[in-house]
Design a protein around this ligand. Structure first.
Ligand code: F6P
Length: 322
Protein backbone atom coordinates (compact mmCIF):
# COMPACT_ATOMS: atom_id res chain seq x y z
CA UNK A 1 0.00 0.00 0.00
CA UNK A 2 1.42 3.38 -1.03
CA UNK A 3 -1.38 5.88 -0.59
CA UNK A 4 -4.48 5.64 1.60
CA UNK A 5 -7.64 7.73 1.28
CA UNK A 6 -9.45 8.30 4.59
CA UNK A 7 -12.99 9.60 4.95
CA UNK A 8 -15.90 9.86 7.37
CA UNK A 9 -19.44 9.07 6.27
CA UNK A 10 -22.98 8.99 7.70
CA UNK A 11 -23.84 10.66 11.01
CA UNK A 12 -20.81 12.21 12.66
CA UNK A 13 -19.63 10.95 16.04
CA UNK A 14 -17.26 12.36 18.66
CA UNK A 15 -13.92 10.61 18.22
CA UNK A 16 -13.97 10.52 14.40
CA UNK A 17 -11.27 13.20 14.39
CA UNK A 18 -9.10 11.13 16.71
CA UNK A 19 -9.51 8.19 14.32
CA UNK A 20 -8.48 10.34 11.31
CA UNK A 21 -5.42 11.55 13.22
CA UNK A 22 -4.48 8.01 14.09
CA UNK A 23 -4.88 6.75 10.50
CA UNK A 24 -2.73 9.60 9.19
CA UNK A 25 0.07 9.30 11.74
CA UNK A 26 0.18 5.50 11.64
CA UNK A 27 0.34 5.62 7.83
CA UNK A 28 3.21 8.09 7.87
CA UNK A 29 5.03 5.95 10.42
CA UNK A 30 4.74 3.02 8.03
CA UNK A 31 5.90 5.05 5.04
CA UNK A 32 2.40 5.32 3.52
CA UNK A 33 0.95 8.60 2.24
CA UNK A 34 -2.49 9.76 3.32
CA UNK A 35 -5.15 11.80 1.56
CA UNK A 36 -8.35 13.02 3.26
CA UNK A 37 -11.53 12.64 1.21
CA UNK A 38 -14.06 15.27 2.25
CA UNK A 39 -17.83 14.79 2.68
CA UNK A 40 -17.75 11.00 2.58
CA UNK A 41 -18.83 9.33 -0.66
CA UNK A 42 -19.81 12.74 -2.07
CA UNK A 43 -16.15 13.69 -2.00
CA UNK A 44 -15.13 10.44 -3.57
CA UNK A 45 -17.53 11.08 -6.45
CA UNK A 46 -16.53 14.72 -6.86
CA UNK A 47 -12.79 14.50 -6.26
CA UNK A 48 -13.03 16.61 -3.09
CA UNK A 49 -9.83 15.89 -1.20
CA UNK A 50 -7.15 17.32 1.06
CA UNK A 51 -3.58 16.01 1.49
CA UNK A 52 -2.88 15.15 5.14
CA UNK A 53 0.50 15.27 6.85
CA UNK A 54 1.66 14.85 10.45
CA UNK A 55 0.99 18.48 11.42
CA UNK A 56 -2.37 18.82 9.68
CA UNK A 57 -3.93 16.42 12.21
CA UNK A 58 -2.29 17.98 15.25
CA UNK A 59 -4.69 18.73 18.15
CA UNK A 60 -7.50 16.72 16.54
CA UNK A 61 -8.03 14.15 19.33
CA UNK A 62 -9.98 16.49 21.52
CA UNK A 63 -12.17 17.97 18.80
CA UNK A 64 -15.75 16.80 18.23
CA UNK A 65 -17.24 16.48 14.73
CA UNK A 66 -15.09 15.53 11.77
CA UNK A 67 -12.53 17.76 10.06
CA UNK A 68 -13.27 15.87 6.83
CA UNK A 69 -17.00 16.68 7.00
CA UNK A 70 -19.59 13.95 6.60
CA UNK A 71 -22.56 13.25 4.37
CA UNK A 72 -25.11 10.60 3.54
CA UNK A 73 -24.69 10.11 -0.21
CA UNK A 74 -27.46 8.76 -2.41
CA UNK A 75 -25.50 9.39 -5.64
CA UNK A 76 -22.89 6.80 -4.75
CA UNK A 77 -25.52 4.07 -5.01
CA UNK A 78 -25.90 4.68 -8.76
CA UNK A 79 -23.67 3.03 -11.37
CA UNK A 80 -22.43 6.42 -12.52
CA UNK A 81 -21.63 7.44 -8.93
CA UNK A 82 -19.58 4.31 -8.38
CA UNK A 83 -17.68 4.85 -11.64
CA UNK A 84 -16.84 8.41 -10.68
CA UNK A 85 -15.65 7.28 -7.23
CA UNK A 86 -13.41 4.72 -8.89
CA UNK A 87 -12.06 7.37 -11.23
CA UNK A 88 -11.23 9.64 -8.28
CA UNK A 89 -9.29 6.83 -6.60
CA UNK A 90 -7.34 6.27 -9.81
CA UNK A 91 -6.65 9.96 -10.28
CA UNK A 92 -5.39 10.36 -6.73
CA UNK A 93 -3.35 7.18 -6.95
CA UNK A 94 -5.16 5.63 -3.99
CA UNK A 95 -4.66 1.91 -3.56
CA UNK A 96 -6.57 1.73 -0.28
CA UNK A 97 -9.48 3.41 1.50
CA UNK A 98 -10.31 3.67 5.20
CA UNK A 99 -13.95 4.63 5.83
CA UNK A 100 -15.17 5.66 9.28
CA UNK A 101 -18.91 5.31 9.80
CA UNK A 102 -21.72 2.79 10.14
CA UNK A 103 -23.21 -0.05 8.10
CA UNK A 104 -23.99 2.24 5.15
CA UNK A 105 -20.33 3.24 5.00
CA UNK A 106 -19.25 -0.41 5.07
CA UNK A 107 -21.68 -1.33 2.28
CA UNK A 108 -20.09 1.39 0.14
CA UNK A 109 -16.62 0.07 0.92
CA UNK A 110 -17.69 -3.41 -0.10
CA UNK A 111 -18.77 -2.15 -3.54
CA UNK A 112 -15.38 -0.51 -3.99
CA UNK A 113 -13.61 -3.66 -2.82
CA UNK A 114 -15.42 -5.55 -5.58
CA UNK A 115 -13.74 -3.09 -8.00
CA UNK A 116 -10.31 -4.08 -6.73
CA UNK A 117 -9.57 -1.47 -4.04
CA UNK A 118 -8.24 -2.45 -0.62
CA UNK A 119 -10.71 -1.20 1.97
CA UNK A 120 -11.02 -1.12 5.75
CA UNK A 121 -14.00 0.08 7.80
CA UNK A 122 -13.89 1.65 11.25
CA UNK A 123 -17.14 1.68 13.28
CA UNK A 124 -18.02 5.26 14.12
CA UNK A 125 -21.56 6.05 15.24
CA UNK A 126 -23.11 7.22 18.49
CA UNK A 127 -25.76 4.48 18.11
CA UNK A 128 -23.39 1.59 18.95
CA UNK A 129 -25.38 -0.47 16.46
CA UNK A 130 -22.60 -2.19 14.50
CA UNK A 131 -23.22 -5.89 14.96
CA UNK A 132 -19.64 -7.15 14.78
CA UNK A 133 -18.34 -4.72 17.40
CA UNK A 134 -19.22 -4.41 21.05
CA UNK A 135 -18.26 -0.75 20.79
CA UNK A 136 -18.49 2.06 18.24
CA UNK A 137 -16.67 5.40 18.35
CA UNK A 138 -18.86 8.16 19.80
CA UNK A 139 -21.19 6.10 21.97
CA UNK A 140 -19.61 6.95 25.31
CA UNK A 141 -19.45 10.69 24.61
CA UNK A 142 -23.07 10.75 23.40
CA UNK A 143 -24.25 8.91 26.52
CA UNK A 144 -22.32 11.27 28.77
CA UNK A 145 -23.69 14.32 26.97
CA UNK A 146 -27.25 13.03 27.33
CA UNK A 147 -26.68 12.15 30.96
CA UNK A 148 -25.40 15.61 31.80
CA UNK A 149 -28.59 17.20 30.42
CA UNK A 150 -30.81 14.66 32.13
CA UNK A 151 -29.17 15.32 35.51
CA UNK A 152 -29.97 19.01 35.02
CA UNK A 153 -33.51 18.24 33.99
CA UNK A 154 -33.96 16.21 37.12
CA UNK A 155 -33.30 19.27 39.29
CA UNK A 156 -36.10 21.27 37.73
CA UNK A 157 -38.51 18.28 37.54
CA UNK A 158 -37.90 17.66 41.23
CA UNK A 159 -38.60 21.31 42.12
CA UNK A 160 -41.89 21.30 40.21
CA UNK A 161 -42.89 17.69 40.93
CA UNK A 162 -43.18 16.91 37.23
CA UNK A 163 -42.70 14.00 34.89
CA UNK A 164 -39.87 14.50 32.40
CA UNK A 165 -40.02 12.63 29.12
CA UNK A 166 -36.62 12.78 27.42
CA UNK A 167 -36.02 11.63 23.87
CA UNK A 168 -32.50 10.45 23.12
CA UNK A 169 -31.12 9.57 19.66
CA UNK A 170 -31.51 6.13 18.12
CA UNK A 171 -33.85 5.67 15.19
CA UNK A 172 -33.36 1.92 15.10
CA UNK A 173 -31.34 1.16 18.21
CA UNK A 174 -31.95 1.67 21.92
CA UNK A 175 -28.38 1.33 23.21
CA UNK A 176 -28.08 5.03 24.10
CA UNK A 177 -31.51 5.04 25.79
CA UNK A 178 -30.82 1.88 27.75
CA UNK A 179 -27.40 2.95 29.02
CA UNK A 180 -28.43 6.50 29.80
CA UNK A 181 -31.59 5.19 31.48
CA UNK A 182 -29.62 2.90 33.76
CA UNK A 183 -27.07 5.63 34.50
CA UNK A 184 -29.61 8.31 35.41
CA UNK A 185 -31.89 6.01 37.41
CA UNK A 186 -34.89 6.46 35.14
CA UNK A 187 -38.40 5.43 36.16
CA UNK A 188 -39.03 3.99 32.68
CA UNK A 189 -36.83 3.30 29.62
CA UNK A 190 -38.39 2.66 26.21
CA UNK A 191 -36.43 1.28 23.24
CA UNK A 192 -37.41 0.50 19.63
CA UNK A 193 -36.31 -3.16 19.94
CA UNK A 194 -39.12 -3.97 22.40
CA UNK A 195 -42.82 -3.51 21.82
CA UNK A 196 -44.28 -1.19 24.45
CA UNK A 197 -47.08 -2.43 26.68
CA UNK A 198 -48.14 0.94 28.11
CA UNK A 199 -49.95 -0.44 31.15
CA UNK A 200 -47.19 -2.80 32.22
CA UNK A 201 -44.05 -0.95 31.03
CA UNK A 202 -45.00 2.66 31.67
CA UNK A 203 -48.04 3.30 33.90
CA UNK A 204 -47.34 0.58 36.45
CA UNK A 205 -43.77 1.69 37.29
CA UNK A 206 -44.99 5.29 37.54
CA UNK A 207 -47.87 4.31 39.86
CA UNK A 208 -45.56 2.20 42.01
CA UNK A 209 -43.04 5.03 42.28
CA UNK A 210 -45.87 7.40 43.21
CA UNK A 211 -47.12 5.04 45.90
CA UNK A 212 -43.59 4.86 47.27
CA UNK A 213 -43.69 8.64 47.67
CA UNK A 214 -42.01 9.81 44.47
CA UNK A 215 -43.15 13.19 43.20
CA UNK A 216 -41.07 13.46 40.04
CA UNK A 217 -40.34 10.94 37.28
CA UNK A 218 -37.73 10.48 34.55
CA UNK A 219 -38.85 8.66 31.41
CA UNK A 220 -36.18 7.95 28.75
CA UNK A 221 -37.49 7.30 25.24
CA UNK A 222 -35.37 6.33 22.22
CA UNK A 223 -36.14 8.32 19.08
CA UNK A 224 -37.31 5.19 17.26
CA UNK A 225 -40.11 4.36 19.73
CA UNK A 226 -43.49 4.77 18.03
CA UNK A 227 -44.97 8.19 18.72
CA UNK A 228 -41.63 9.49 20.09
CA UNK A 229 -41.39 11.40 23.36
CA UNK A 230 -44.44 13.56 22.58
CA UNK A 231 -46.64 10.52 22.05
CA UNK A 232 -45.41 8.89 25.26
CA UNK A 233 -45.88 12.09 27.31
CA UNK A 234 -49.43 12.47 26.05
CA UNK A 235 -50.30 8.91 27.05
CA UNK A 236 -48.75 9.37 30.51
CA UNK A 237 -50.66 12.59 31.08
CA UNK A 238 -53.95 11.00 30.00
CA UNK A 239 -53.47 7.95 32.24
CA UNK A 240 -52.02 9.64 35.34
CA UNK A 241 -52.81 13.39 35.07
CA UNK A 242 -49.13 14.06 35.80
CA UNK A 243 -47.68 17.36 34.67
CA UNK A 244 -45.37 16.16 31.87
CA UNK A 245 -42.61 18.00 30.00
CA UNK A 246 -40.90 16.77 26.85
CA UNK A 247 -37.23 17.37 26.03
CA UNK A 248 -35.81 16.16 22.73
CA UNK A 249 -32.03 16.16 23.14
CA UNK A 250 -31.36 15.78 19.40
CA UNK A 251 -28.06 16.57 17.75
CA UNK A 252 -26.47 17.99 20.88
CA UNK A 253 -25.71 14.30 21.55
CA UNK A 254 -23.52 14.11 18.44
CA UNK A 255 -21.24 17.00 19.39
CA UNK A 256 -18.62 17.88 21.95
CA UNK A 257 -15.13 16.78 22.87
CA UNK A 258 -14.80 12.99 22.93
CA UNK A 259 -14.37 11.21 26.26
CA UNK A 260 -11.25 9.20 27.13
CA UNK A 261 -13.00 6.01 26.04
CA UNK A 262 -13.80 7.41 22.59
CA UNK A 263 -10.36 8.93 22.07
CA UNK A 264 -8.66 5.67 22.96
CA UNK A 265 -11.00 3.45 20.92
CA UNK A 266 -10.71 5.78 17.91
CA UNK A 267 -6.92 5.94 18.15
CA UNK A 268 -6.54 2.15 18.44
CA UNK A 269 -9.00 1.51 15.62
CA UNK A 270 -7.19 3.97 13.33
CA UNK A 271 -3.91 2.24 14.10
CA UNK A 272 -5.42 -1.22 13.52
CA UNK A 273 -6.90 -0.17 10.17
CA UNK A 274 -3.52 0.87 8.79
CA UNK A 275 -1.73 -2.11 10.36
CA UNK A 276 -4.13 -4.47 8.56
CA UNK A 277 -3.53 -2.74 5.23
CA UNK A 278 0.23 -2.75 5.73
CA UNK A 279 0.03 -6.49 6.38
CA UNK A 280 -1.76 -6.97 3.08
CA UNK A 281 -5.20 -7.63 4.59
CA UNK A 282 -8.23 -5.88 3.16
CA UNK A 283 -12.02 -5.81 3.05
CA UNK A 284 -12.10 -5.89 6.87
CA UNK A 285 -13.93 -4.00 9.60
CA UNK A 286 -11.93 -3.17 12.71
CA UNK A 287 -14.02 -4.12 15.73
CA UNK A 288 -13.94 -4.56 19.47
CA UNK A 289 -14.86 -7.75 21.30
CA UNK A 290 -14.92 -6.79 24.95
CA UNK A 291 -11.72 -4.85 25.45
CA UNK A 292 -9.84 -6.55 22.59
CA UNK A 293 -9.41 -5.21 19.07
CA UNK A 294 -10.29 -7.71 16.35
CA UNK A 295 -11.34 -7.57 12.69
CA UNK A 296 -14.02 -9.14 10.50
CA UNK A 297 -14.56 -9.62 6.83
CA UNK A 298 -16.95 -6.82 5.73
CA UNK A 299 -19.52 -9.19 4.18
CA UNK A 300 -19.50 -11.29 7.32
CA UNK A 301 -19.77 -8.16 9.50
CA UNK A 302 -22.75 -6.86 7.53
CA UNK A 303 -24.59 -10.17 7.90
CA UNK A 304 -24.30 -10.14 11.68
CA UNK A 305 -27.13 -9.03 13.99
CA UNK A 306 -26.90 -7.12 17.22
CA UNK A 307 -29.59 -6.95 19.84
CA UNK A 308 -29.71 -4.95 23.03
CA UNK A 309 -27.28 -6.05 25.70
CA UNK A 310 -29.43 -8.53 27.61
CA UNK A 311 -27.67 -8.04 30.94
CA UNK A 312 -28.08 -4.27 30.85
CA UNK A 313 -31.72 -4.70 29.82
CA UNK A 314 -32.36 -7.08 32.72
CA UNK A 315 -30.67 -4.74 35.20
CA UNK A 316 -32.75 -1.84 33.87
CA UNK A 317 -35.99 -3.85 34.30
CA UNK A 318 -35.03 -4.87 37.83
CA UNK A 319 -34.09 -1.35 38.90
CA UNK A 320 -37.17 0.27 37.39
CA UNK A 321 -39.24 -2.35 39.17
CA UNK A 322 -41.00 -3.64 36.01
O1 F6P B 1 -26.97 7.29 13.33
C1 F6P B 1 -26.77 8.36 14.19
C2 F6P B 1 -28.03 9.18 14.36
O2 F6P B 1 -27.73 10.26 15.21
C3 F6P B 1 -29.24 8.44 14.86
O3 F6P B 1 -29.25 8.21 16.24
C4 F6P B 1 -30.34 9.35 14.40
O4 F6P B 1 -31.54 8.66 14.29
C5 F6P B 1 -29.83 9.85 13.08
O5 F6P B 1 -28.43 9.71 13.11
C6 F6P B 1 -30.18 11.26 12.73
O6 F6P B 1 -29.71 11.55 11.44
P1 F6P B 1 -29.51 13.00 10.85
O7 F6P B 1 -28.34 13.64 11.53
O8 F6P B 1 -29.25 12.77 9.41
O9 F6P B 1 -30.75 13.79 11.14
Amino acid sequence: VHRIGVFTSGGDAPGMNAAIRSVVRTSLHMGIECVGIRRGYHGLINGDFVPLDFDSVSGLSRRGGTMLYSARSEDFKSKQGLERAEATCKLLGLDALVGIGGDGTFRGLLTLAQKGLSVIGIPGTIDNDIACSTYTIGFDTACNTALESIDKLRDTMLSHERCSVVEVMGRHAGHVALNVGVACGATVVLVPEKEVDYEEDVMEPIRRARLAGRTHFMIIVAEGVEGGAYGVAQKIHEATALDTRVTVLGHVQRGGAPTVRDRIAATYMGYEAVRLLAEGKDCRVVAMQGESYVDYDITEALAMQKGLDQQTYTVMRVLTGV
